[in-house]
Design a protein. Structure first.
Length: 231
């Protein structure tokens, strides 16, 4: 299983900055429980709680430079998650798409697969290593590379709704969606590059609430939690 966590999830509150340790502890416990089931777990973590390339470029920065800063932000988050997981006695490796050899192993596909086979949680840091992409795309790409059966996208809400549940009390959760509908209706499950990649490779995506305790485990045990995006 591949799990995509947004950087914002680590901040504990919407629009929050930095890393909230109690929130990180909850997240790591969820991953540890999934790992304890014997599942091979990969994690891609975003950087939005620290830096987003788009925001930097909106303020006049060179977009590619801003994106590299965003990728470095994901490395910070990855190390924080690794630290918390290891304190929970879960063996973890951080593999970075940008070479930062003193702090993380370089991303090498076969090495990632080997770590997973050995029961280590693999955190994929620095996104795809390329500017103009997102960590959603990195999650879809790495999922395919390691042969993940499912991409889990943990979000703030229970799943995908027909309208914004924060604004509309009558919003209905959609249990099933197709890649095509997500792309044509611009449903913001993942950005369109990530969604197109998932569609091309028939990678199922499950969207569910991040901070609902036991959710990752439920998904792994085959429960129909949240929204499933397939063909
Ligand atoms: N980023 C990038 N290439 C990638 C992945 C990420 O350039 O392959 C940069 C981009 O600037 C992005 C930032 O890293 O804004 C943080 O990632 P993202 O916005 O996906 O994080 P999230 O929204 O999940 O917290």
């Amino acid at each position: 299983m591949m799990l995509k966590l947004s950087g914002e999830a680590l901040a504990g509150s919407e629009g929050g900055f930095g890393i909230d340790q109690p929130t990180l502890q909850v997240l790591a416990t969820e991953v540890a429980e999934a790992h304890a089931l014997g599942a091979e777990c990969g994690v891609v973590i975003g950087g939005g709680n620290i830096f987003r390339g788009l925001k930097g470029s909106a303020q006049g920065m060179d977009r590619a430079t801003a994106d590299y800063m965003g990728m470095l932000a994901t490395v910070i988050n990855s190390l924080a998650l690794q630290d918390t997981l290891e304190r929970l006695k879960v063996p973890t490796r951080v593999l970075s798409a940008l070479e930062i050899r003193q702090v993380a192993e370089p991303y090498i596909r076969r090495r990632a697969i080997r770590h997973l086979e050995k029961g280590r949680v693999v955190i994929f840091a620095a996104g795809t290593g390329n500017p103009f992409f997102s960590t959603d795309t990195a999650a879809a790409l790495r999922s395919m590379e390691i042969g993940a059966e499912l991409l889990c996208k943990a979000t703030k809400v229970e799943g995908v709704y027909d309208k914004d549940p924060a604004k509309h009390a009558d919003a209905v959760m959609l249990r099933r969606l197709t890649y095509d509908r997500c792309l044509s209706d611009r449903i913001g499950v993942m950005d369109s590059t990530a969604m197109a990649l998932a569609r091309e490779n028939k990678l199922p995506i499950r969207v569910f609430a991040l901070l609902k305790r036991g959710n990752i485990k439920r998904v792994l045990l085959g429960e129909d939690v949240g929204t499933l995006v397939t063909e």
